[in-house]
Design a protein around this ligand. Structure first.
Ligand code: PHE
Ligand code: ZN
Length: 897
């Protein structure tokens, strides 16, 4: 392990900054090899701070000059000192003007943090702590300043020069250079700084804002991509309208820009007025983008736009408060996407999708070595805390306010939040206080959602008293231990509940002590470890529908019979729980099948596996329920597709005491094949009746039809019969959009049919020029059923593969390690050896991306002993690597702890 032990930063150590900033003027002489940055910073001593030193942060900088109030400071004379990325001026007057000159080397910057070059153009990424790679600066979010930025560069090579705010001046300079001067009227923390320079073109439009002012909207891309910007532009306009309508929040700028870049560590970044996006979340047209891509672009454009209020106007006091902006903004983008679909069924589909992400990624995180509260107490590298917990669980926490306070109450809380904190850097507690105060509610216990890690377990039991006609619902909560947190206190949990009569109709619910019946869905507030709720006037024994709409991020246990689950699947008025019932039923089958596979394997009779499984399969309840759903034309096709999709192998793994990836894989494949056999006719009929003829449109209804049709195709491909494969080949030939094209190719690739390499080659040749499509091509192969580590190794040698581009690395390496569990967890341990190699390679160039990959072995202690041992060796190999980044070291250290 590294010799210089990385420091842990604690939330409890927060101290206000000694100096506050006022203005920043920056001048950039842009050059890929050597960019000179001149910064003039005015600051005043913070009366609220204890310390007196002036502290600036800087990393990988060449300091050219440092002047304080006009006087050059000398390190030799002790005017300042630099150690471990911190520049300290021990004594400074109350009011200072600092001039800092640094020299940086964008073309050597492979971390993609700070100022870097992508395909010859300049981009910045400053969140969380990238600004300190540009100049020495008080690079912390509670220091906000007004920025003016002068960009100078060669005019032919860098015709476009962009920064935050408004363009106030531009012109020519000697030697073929030119300049542009930008001024951001709003105070902002340095992490929201951005600049872009290069050869770019834009789609633009002027829109009239709610306030009556006009704003210029631009989407900037590389030449040749203007046929892929319309959807992002539409999404931006919809976002602007939605935020006014739902939250009364209007755009505060004259100009709002989105720029697409091909090399980007994350999804996108909300820099004030100059959002920088991964191309994956901007570029779309029917030829290259799938329905999911279109939906993601809408969500991410919305997300970054919504940050303008939740993140930028009101920002975070420190990085422990990250969920203040991220949880809230994810919640906002989820609501935006749901509202854009509009229909109730569409909202439910969106909700199910979001919960699937939470369960697939966040629940495992919350149960593993990196588990942390939504508001962490400590970190080594903040980049490691841009997690599904901070984002997705954080969004669930925000959603619970809305569930507890109602939509109107939530809006009142938001209004008070902005009234109190506009222009400030604040904490999660400030947000909670606004919600509580605006509604006259005590939300002190609710704080535990921020401070305690782990997924709570909610055990429910229902007791029907036929004589008294009452139903007593007993709810009991607990929460598993997580690193550093052995004992948990009860959470404040909103539990939305309904009761179904024998006909499947909702009962109007009356709680004991109430005079008249209320709504059919009631939100019970569980605040104690164990609590009972009694419903009266319940004439017959009902079937409870619990945690409707997934009203809290918990694991719910209730002892449903198979028949009750099938009943809920058929009748529950809550679409989420209808889907949930099907998932419970399928999970039950899959776990039984997995155990059967293990037993058969242990008995040594390989041939026995299929026989054993076939015998287990013949209860038919699941197939009947799925058949009913498949054929129910009153149901939204998108919803039907979700019901037909079996829980993923990862989801099943999380339900097991000891994970056996191969048994899970065999079991799930077996169930898919037998369902396909039983439902063949119905699947074929649905496939044929859900074509989307005519021009492609990414709207939710059309996308839902395609999704249902393509899930039918994927089941049919399990059968390896000629009729099914002919359909797949036909679709591969005829498709007029990427959704259908990819579904067809995937069906061919995952079947036993011939012609796989021809289909792959045809696809590659057709889309060679489209990087985002070639990413899909890699992913498809990495996650294909017959793929193994050698397939992936060979693909790393393909001329189109490079580890340097994060999207490409993710498309092949991450897809394999996270998306193909049975191949990755091969018994020989070769998957882990490959993983270690790739983590080590990435560690040298891009620590942030390396650390994400490092997390693929998070759950190693859950696996069978043989696999555990091989994973431990791979983890130790990475741990022993010289020059391990802080990012990777933190992840590996915690995994091995
Ligand atoms: N703040 C960005 C978002 O969620 C994510 C991000 C973090 C991007 C760090 C880049 C670097 O919208
Ligand atoms: Zn965000």
């Amino acid at each position: 392990m590294r010799t210089d032990t990385p420091q842990t930063i604690y939330r409890k150590d927060y101290a206000a900054p000694n100096y506050l900033a006022d203005t920043v003027e920056m001048g950039f002489d842009l050059d890929p090899a050597d960019t000179r940055v001149a910064t003039r910073l005015t600051m005043t001593r913070n009366p609220a701070a204890k310390g007196r030193e002036l502290v600036l942060f800087g990393e990988e900088l060449e300091l050219v000059a440092l002047r304080l109030n006009g006087k050059t400071l000398s390190q030799d004379k002790g005017d300042f000192r630099i150690a471990a990325g911190v520049l300290t001026i021990p004594t400074a007057p109350a009011s200072v003007e600092l001039e800092i000159e640094t020299l940086i080397h964008p073309d050597r910057n492979t971390s993609l943090m700070g100022l870097y070059v992508s395909n010859g153009n300049f981009f910045t990424q400053c969140e969380a702590e990238g600004f300190r790679k540009i100049t020495y600066f008080p690079d912390r979010p509670d220091v906000m300043a007004r920025f003016t930025v002068m960009l100078r560069a060669d005019k032919a090579r860098y015709p476009v020069l962009l920064s935050n705010g408004n363009l106030i001046e531009e012109g020519a300079l000697p030697d073929g250079r030119h300049y542009a001067k930008w001024e951001d009227p709003f105070k902002k923390p340095s992490y929201l700084f951005a600049l872009v320079a290069g050869q770019l073109v834009c789609q633009e439009e002027t829109v009239r804002l709610h306030s009556g002012r006009d704003a210029l909207l631009q989407v900037w891309v590389e030449e040749g991509n203007l046929d892929k910007t319309q959807h992002a532009m539409d999404s931006l306009k919809n976002s602007i309208d939605w935020d006014v309508e739902r939250f009364g929040l209007d755009l505060d700028l004259e100009r709002f820009m989105i720029v697409a870049v091909g090399d980007f560590n994350m999804g996108a970044m909300e820099n004030k007025g100059l959002n920088i996006f991964n191309t994956k979340f901007v570029l779309a047209n029917p030829r290259i983008a799938t329905d999911v891509d279109f939906a993601n672009i809408e969500a991410v454009v919305g997300h970054e736009y919504f940050h303008n209020w939740t993140g930028n106007r009101v920002t975070c006091r420190d990085w422990f408060q990250l969920s203040l902006k991220e949880g809230l903004t994810v919640f906002r983008d989820q609501e935006f996407s749901a509202d854009m679909i509009g229909s109730d069924s569409g909202r439910a589909v969106k909700r199910i999708d979001d919960v699937r992400v939470l369960r697939q990624a966040q629940f495992p995180e919350d149960a593993g070595p990196m588990a942390h509260p939504v508001r962490p107490d400590s970190y080594v590298e903040i980049n490691n805390f841009y997690t599904v917990t901070v984002y997705e669980k954080g969004a669930e926490v925000v959603r619970m306010y809305q569930t507890l306070l109602g939509r109107e109450g939530f809006r009142k809380g938001m209004d008070l939040y902005f009234e109190r904190h506009d222009g400030q850097a604040v904490t999660c507690d400030d947000f909670r206080a606004a919600m509580a105060d605006a509604n006259g509610r005590d939300l002190s216990q609710f704080e535990r959602w921020y401070s305690q890690a782990g997924t709570p377990l909610l055990q429910a039991a229902a007791d029907y008293d036929a004589k008294r006609k009452t139903l007593t619902l007993t709810l009991e909560q607990s929460c598993p231990a997580t690193p550093g947190q052995k004992k948990k206190q009860p959470f404040h949990i909103p539990v939305a509940v309904g009761l179904l009569d024998a006909q499947g109709r909702d009962l109007a619910l009356t709680l004991e002590g109430e005079k008249k019946a209320g709504a059919t869905t009631r939100v019970l507030e569980l605040t104690k470890a164990k609590q009972s709720f009694r419903f009266i006037n319940v004439d017959q024994k009902p079937v409870p529908s619990l945690l409707r709409g997934f009203s809290a991020p918990v694991v719910l246990q209730f002892d449903y019979s198979d028949a009750e689950l099938a009943f809920l699947m058929a009748h529950d008025s809550d679409a989420f729980n209808r889907w949930e019932a099907g998932q419970r039923l399928a999970t039950r089958r899959l776990l039984n099948l997995t155990v059967a596979v293990q037993a058969a394997r242990q008995s040594g009779h390989v041939v026995a596996v299929d026989t054993v499984l076939n015998n287990l399969q013949h209860d038919g309840a699941l197939a009947d329920a799925l058949r009913a759903t498949l054929q129910d034309e009153s149901l939204d096709p998108a919803f039907r597709e979700l019901v037909l999709t079996l829980p993923s192998e990862t989801m099943i793994a999380e339900q097991m005491e000891v994970i056996d990836p191969h048994a899970i894989h065999v079991a799930r494949q077996f169930l898919r094949r037998s369902l396909a056999r039983e439902l063949r006719d119905e699947l074929l009929a649905v496939y044929r009746s859900h074509q989307t003829p005519g021009a492609y449109s990414p709207d939710a209804a059309s996308a839902g039809r395609r999704a249902l049709k393509n899930v039918a195709l994927s089941y049919l491909a399990e059968l390896d019969d000629e009729e099914a494969m002919a359909l797949a080949r036909q679709q591969d030939e005829d498709a007029n959009n990427m959704t259908d094209r990819l579904a067809a190719l995937s069906a061919i690739l995952n079947s036993a049919a011939p012609g796989k390499s021809e289909a792959l080659q045809r696809f590659y040749t057709e889309f060679e020029q489209e990087a985002l499509v070639i990413d899909k091509w890699f992913t498809l192969q990495a996650t294909a059923r017959n793929a193994d580590v050698n397939t992936v190794r060979t693909l790393t040698e393909h001329p189109a593969f490079t580890l340097k581009n994060p999207n490409r690395a993710r498309s092949l390496i991450f897809s394999f390690c996270n998306g193909n569990p049975s191949a990755f967890h091969a018994l020989d341990g070769n998957g882990y050896a490959f993983w270690a190699e790739q983590v080590i390679a990435l560690n040298g160039s891009n620590p942030q991306v390396a650390a994400r990959l490092a997390r693929s072995l998070d759950r190693w202690r859950k696996y069978t002993p043989a696999l555990q041992e091989k994973m431990r060796l791979a983890l130790q190999q990475v741990a022993g690597t010289p020059k391990l980044s802080r990012d990777v070291a933190e992840v590996i250290t915690k995994a091995l702890a």
